[in-house]
Design a protein around this ligand. Structure first.
Ligand code: F6P
Length: 744
């Protein structure tokens, strides 16, 4: 039906055009035909006049007029010629054939013949009048008047018109027919191509050419459909809010008795020596911020690198301890890595290879064969630890991040019935960019050992699917978002990570925003009434710290009213400082801060306060609450949880969030001031706008973002992955039962 309507939209104008065209063509044709016939008659007349000239001269000379009359009568036997007359000099009608109209004088005939339309209405019908001089050697003898029947011309024109009409109609019909057939064929082909690609169940479901030609469009279409699904889900919300308790209920009901094991490089608590004392601290890690509350809710075992200088002091004989400190919610199994292993696996392959490879920030990845070997060996060591920690054949194992790309397949080899959920916390690049990794196939194969592969955004999961499609002989089912490789199927999905929404206990611990300001201002030596633009990051080149400083400089330079009034407080938690790119960043940032402070600073005013330390969550919450503006200017970021922490900390609904478009968080926090961090003026303008934003607008924006973060919290993230896992396990159990029955 839809196709028919589309066709009609094309056909109706075509038919109207044909009708108008035919009318115009017929009019033109009539005029042309008349002109052709006039010319033809004129030629005939001239010929007759010259043919008759001798006979006329003879007859007039000999006086034998009857011969001339006889000649005239014979001539008018021609079906087109009605009458002939001879006008003598001085327009005297001499001889004429019998049918010559008596009322038509020679003078009148001469006048009519000189007109553009030399037709005249005789009693017997319309005639064409032609007057032609007849002369002999002795001079002009007279004029020959010829009357031609115009009905003949009309008859001929009518015939031609009919034939032309038939031709136009035939042509129009043929065009219609061909158009409809071609349109039908292309429409069907196109639709089936689109359908095929959207629902294809294999690479070869469609002829390659059609598919390839539509592939870029289809990929985009598919992405938009998924986005729509997400937006729909977002708009629907959930009937019940996700909390730790709801997650526990899910584990009790859907994964009852199942063991949960988490593997990550970074441990949730680090014990360090400080002189003679030991301290415990939470690392600056989005992964830890997100996964730790989930582990508190689910119990289970967390396996991670024991990287703290005092870590060994706190473990039992099996390298385990219960956490969080003072509670026994879950177990941490620490894995000890040698300096060489840390160099090759963590500093080398993970952070000099995969990290810059996945973040498109123009830092060249470095791939060394020796790092790759160590990365493989450390993945193997963690696989051993997982197998050792598992008490059942089919535990649920959550593998975290790019440090363990090979782990899923290694675990799958030894625990084939395990449900392996791998989550990639950082972006996944496009296939071309990923293709520069010399071990791209091995990494993809390793990851495809997972049951579920989670990414932060739809774009990242799509990039992953396309990368697999490009480099492995795997079967991709786009409709179900699954990849089948060597007999195993992995489900690829996006699960945007989040934070734990601060419960009443956490927020009860927060001083009022005014008290936070007092506390923070006195610590930093700021003048009361000053305002803080806050940045909280790991000291990483992906975070856009240089660009943020440039934007702040631009702000002060072009808006000097803020000098002395606004300070940029940059918390930069130390990270990966053994690596040259990070050392270079430190040096550059320190130089920029010194230059900025020298340029705009004055007694009692420091424009930029850079703290190269890591603060605990309690102090961070105070900073968030004291700040007027929080800036997240990452050049590329999987999610960025600082933006969500800032929103969660502002229960006064005041403060402005400036957020880079290139963070996963920007997809959810659209009420933030979204900026392009590479565009210094854009960020500076956003700072200016934030500093001038009326309280009502701040409230409106924050209220909306707070609803989003509260709803889309980390328990929802874990709940969705674990619900998908439980469905998967159920399906596998049913399939196993069916198989057993068939075998019996
Ligand atoms: O938040 C993204 C992330 O890559 C985490 O996965 C990681 O733990 C964190 O950054 C910090 O990095 P690192 O553990 O190397 O200090």
């Amino acid at each position: 039906m839809r196709f028919l309507k589309l066709q009609l939209r094309f056909l109706v104008p075509l038919i109207i055009t044909l009708i108008i065209g035919s009318v115009v063509v017929l009019g033109v044709m009539d005029r042309l035909a008349l002109r052709w016939f006039s010319r033809d008659l004129h030629m005939r007349g001239s010929l007759l006049a010259s043919a008759f000239s001798d006979s006329i001269a003879d007859s007039l000379a000999t006086g034998q007029r009857y011969r001339l009359e006889h000649l005239f009568e014979r001539t008018v036997k021609d079906e087109r010629l009605v009458a002939v007359a001879l006008c003598l000099p001085a327009d005297v009608l001499g001889l004429h054939s019998s049918a010559y109209p008596a009322e038509l004088s020679c003078k009148q005939a001469t006048v009519i013949a000189a007109q553009t339309d030399p037709s005249w209405q005789s009693e017997s019908g319309p005639v064409h009048i032609g007057v032609y001089p007849v002369s002999s050697d002795s001079g002009l003898l007279g004029k020959l008047v010829l009357l031609h029947d115009l009905k003949f011309v009309e008859r001929r024109t009518g015939d031609a018109r009919r034939q032309l009409l038939m031709f136009v109609l035939g042509l129009g019909f043929a065009i219609l027919l061909i158009t409809m057939v071609v349109a039908q064929m292309s429409w069907r082909g196109w639709i089936s191509s689109v359908r095929g690609i959207l629902h294809r169940d294999g690479h070869d479901a469609l002829p390659g050419s059609t598919r390839r030609e539509l592939e870029p469009f289809i990929a985009d279409l598919r992405l938009r459909l998924r986005d729509l699904e997400d937006e729909y889900r977002l708009a629907q919300g959930s009937d019940a809010r996700w909390t730790a308790e709801r997650l526990r209920t899910l584990l009790r009901t859907q994964l009852s008795g199942d063991e949960i094991i988490v593997v990550s490089n970074r441990e949730p608590y680090i014990h360090e020596w400080q002189g003679e004392q030991t301290i415990v601290r939470r690392p600056a890690s989005g992964l830890v911020t997100a996964v730790e509350p989930v582990m508190r809710a689910c119990s289970g075992t967390w396996i991670a690198h024991g990287s703290g200088s005092a870590d060994r002091e706190f473990v039992d004989a099996h390298d385990r301890l219960m956490l969080p400190p003072g509670h026994k919610d879950y177990a941490l199994r620490r894995i000890w890595l040698s300096d060489e292993e840390v160099r090759g696996y963590y500093n080398g392959f993970a952070n000099e290879g995969l990290w810059p490879l996945c973040h498109m920030v123009h830092i060249r990845p470095t791939f060394r064969e020796s790092d790759w070997e160590t990365y493989r060996a450390v993945n193997r060591r963690f696989a051993d630890a997982v197998v050792a920690e598992a008490h059942s054949e089919d535990p649920v194992i959550l593998v975290q991040d790019y440090h363990f790309a090979l782990l899923p397949a290694m675990i799958r080899e030894r625990l084939p019935r395990a449900t392996i959920l791998a989550f990639w916390h950082i972006p996944w690049p496009n296939p071309e960019s990923f293709g520069i990794c010399p071990w791209r196939r091995e990494i993809l194969q390793g990851m495809l050992g997972s049951t579920i592969l989670g990414f932060q955004t739809r774009n990242h999961s799509q990039n992953f699917i396309e990368t697999v499609d490009r480099y492995l002989e795997a079967r991709v089912e786009h409709e179900h978002s699954t990849i089948s490789f060597r007999g195993e199927t992995s489900f690829v999905e996006s699960y945007p990570i989040s934070i734990e929404w601060p419960g009443s206990a956490a927020s009860a611990d927060w001083p009022s925003p005014q008290n936070c300001r007092d506390e923070v201002f006195s610590q930093l030596g700021l003048r009361a009434g000053q305002r803080i633009i806050l940045g909280v990051d790991r000291f990483d080149y992906t975070k856009g710290i240089i660009e943020r400083l440039q934007a702040f400089e631009h702000l002060l330079q072009h808006n000097p009213q803020w000098i002395g009034e606004v300070s940029l407080l940059q918390i930069a938690a130390p990270t990966r400082s053994a690596l040259a790119d990070y050392q270079g960043l430190h040096a550059k940032v320190h130089d920029m801060v010194a230059a900025l402070n020298a340029r705009f600073g004055r007694a009692g005013y420091t424009p930029v306060i850079l703290q190269n330390v890591q603060h605990d969550q309690r102090w961070l919450a105070r900073l968030y609450r004291a700040a007027a503006v929080c800036v997240v200017s990452s050049l590329h970021d999987g999610m960025n949880l600082v933006s969500k922490e800032f929103v969660a900390a502002r229960d006064d609904e005041q403060g402005v969030l400036i957020l880079s478009r290139f963070t996963g968080a920007a997809r959810e926090l659209s009420e933030a001031l979204l900026v392009n961090p590479y565009h210094v003026e854009d960020v500076a303008q956003a700072m200016q706008r934030a500093l001038l934003m009326p309280a009502d607008e701040q409230r409106e924006r924050l209220a909306s973002m707070r609803m989003t973060v509260q709803e889309f919290n980390v328990f929802r993230w874990a709940g969705h992955i674990l619900s998908d896992a439980s469905r998967w396990r159920l399906r596998e159990r049913i399939e196993a039962r069916v198989r057993r029955r068939r075998e019996d």
